[in-house]
Design a binder for this molecule. Structure first.
Ligand code: TXE
Length: 499
């Protein structure tokens, strides 16, 4: 049964961020009954899926990738209708499913790896030491609304090749494309291996993260929700991997050269997807000697950004996904302005933008802002960027490290040694040099957050570490001879034995 629904379901509505009065679809508000069905299906399917072996699992995943490829355009239209982002951004999101299914199918040998450590001198005189990578069981993948498909498959794909069965909980803000895709792929996988439970996070999500038969939780979303998920999963000590919010700092050093190409990269890195990407640039620190020139060039380049409906090919960024997100953006701007900051609005609206209806915010650049302003200390998730001057590397590093976040960061300079020296001192899961946007987190490097920005790492074999456990099998030729440790109490004899 691909998508799990049953009982007397209620339904939620999904509206178009560009035209909020337009309902673009509905989703089932699944409850405990639907969760039980999905988890039971995953539990029942698990042993056969695990024992199929990674090679055959990879074959199934490649067949699913073929199906996903054929759905990209339809899924992209749905994503733009429910998230608001441009069709180009939506195609990148939808295309992530097939890419990730293939990428992890290619890691089949790593997924079922057995490592023989017998020859390792550190393993005492053990005769046989075998370390197996074993599957967890049924797991839940909980996805956010900004890139629901890509971020879901960033966890679905490694779990499938690892031998786990997966229950997916799409975001209630943008459930349609992910639900449709998972249902389509579930039909080409063995029953119960992949299921989807649409619904509210606090209901269906919480029922899944607390379910005793769920052995792993893979969550992407906000920090506050991440705390709730951790609490819910703690009761049954599940394996938990989380990618949470980011508040990424970009640090432009005095050894940087300020030119159009470099500043354009930072405009893209901060304004892409209307600022709604976890590892977008969220704060820019510029050495004072470059500050004025940098800000002028940034405002000038951002001035060319066109804002409108995501289906409009002339548009660079769409509306924000939710009314709450737009209201937050407006509040942050007005709060900074009231505190005396300098606020510059850039960009233009396309004719397609129904400004009085849609959740639109134009790119906004804020300078002269207090270092403890909410816009600096929290994740704004909108096209509003603070730019702050600094005088010394130590000041910039302290400011960059001065929040609870630590997802990614970047350092900008033509002096690589200088950039690397500063990068080594920044507390984040990734630090990019002279780049900071989607695509920079290459799949061969671990990606994830430190501090409150997450737990665990994704990409390649790093993902497999979260989706499996290690099982060590150890045999000694003669433990009496080979092992240090407590006495053997050789006086112990069975009463029938003769002395
Ligand atoms: O995340 P939520 P949202 C950040 C960003 C954004 C904030 C909120 O700052 O403003 O998170 O975004 C499910 N138990 N990021 O609303 O609320 C929920 O249904 C189990 C960064 O998307 O955390 C949805 O499927 N699940 C992030 C998912 O959690 C629960 C990308 C995310 O919802 C739940 C997106 C519960 N109690 C937002 N409550 C990134 N790192 O990319 C909610 N959910």
């Amino acid at each position: 049964m691909p998508s799990v629904c049953g009982g007397d379901l209620h339904f939620g509505e999904v509206t178009n961020p560009a035209r909020p009065r337009e309902v673009v679809g509905r989703f089932a508000r699944s409850g405990r009954a639907e969760v039980e069905l999905a988890v039971a299906a995953g539990k029942q399917a698990f042993p056969a899926w695990r024992d199929l072996g990674a090679g055959k699992r990879a074959k199934c995943m490649r067949a699913a990738a073929e199906v996903a490829d054929g759905l990209v355009d339809d899924l992209a239209s749905l994503l733009t209708a429910e998230v608001g982002k441009t069709l180009g951004e939506s195609r990148g999101d939808a295309g992530g499913a097939a890419r990730l299914l293939r990428e992890f199918a290619d890691l089949a040998s790593a997924a079922d790896r057995e490592t023989d450590l017998s020859s390792d001198p550190a393993s005492y005189a053990a005769t046989d030491v075998l370390v197996r990578r074993v599957a967890l069981g049924p797991v839940v993948v909980i996805s956010p609304w900004n890139t629901p498909i890509h971020l879901a498959f960033n966890a679905i794909a490694p779990n499938l090749i690892a031998g786990n069965t997966v229950v997916v909980k799409p975001p209630e803000v943008a459930p349609l494309a992910l639900t449709a895709l998972v249902a389509a792929l579930a039909a080409v996988l063995p029953e119960g291996v992949l299921t989807v439970v649409p619904g509210e996070g606090a209901v269906a999500g919480a029922a899944l993260t607390s379910h005793p038969d769920i052995r792993g939780v893979f969550f992407t979303g906000g920090i506050s929700t991440g705390r709730e998920v951790l609490k819910s999963a703690s009761e049954t000590i599940k394996k938990v991997a989380m990618e949470l919010g980011g508040n990424d700092a970009a640090v432009v050093l005095d050894s940087a050269v300020i030119n159009e190409d470099m500043v354009r990269e930072l405009v893209v890195g901060s304004m892409g997807c209307a600022g709604q990407i976890c590892f977008n640039v969220k704060r820019i620190y510029v050495h004072r000697k470059h500050f004025d020139a940098f800000v002028e060039l940034f405002v000038d380049l951002a001035g060319h950004i066109v804002v409108g409906e995501g289906t409009d090919a002339s548009v660079d960024i769409g509306p924000l996904a939710t009314e709450e997100g737009r209201n937050r953006a407006v509040r942050l701007i007005e709060q900074a302005r009231a505190a005396g900051a300098d606020v510059r609005v850039a960009g233009t609206y396309a004719d397609s933008a129904r400004v009085d209806e849609g959740h639109y915010v134009l790119p906004t650049i804020i300078t002269g802002i207090a270092p403890d302003d909410e816009l600096i200390l929290t994740e704004q998730f909108c096209p509003v960027i603070p730019i702050i001057a600094f005088d010394s590397d130590d000041d910039a590093i302290a400011a960059a490290n001065g929040t609870e976040f630590g997802l990614a960061s970047s350092v900008w300079s033509t002096d690589v040694e200088h950039a690397m020296r500063v990068a080594r001192q920044i507390e984040s899961g990734s630090t990019f040099i002279n780049v900071h946007r989607l695509g920079a987190s290459v799949s061969s490097t671990p990606f994830g957050g430190v501090k409150h920005s997450g737990l665990g790492r994704t990409h390649g074999e790093y993902s497999l570490l979260s989706c499996t456990e290690e099982h060590a099998i150890v045999r000694f030729a003669d433990p009496a001879r080979d092992l240090p440790g407590i006495a053997r109490w050789n006086h112990l004899r069975s009463s029938s034995s003769t002395s």
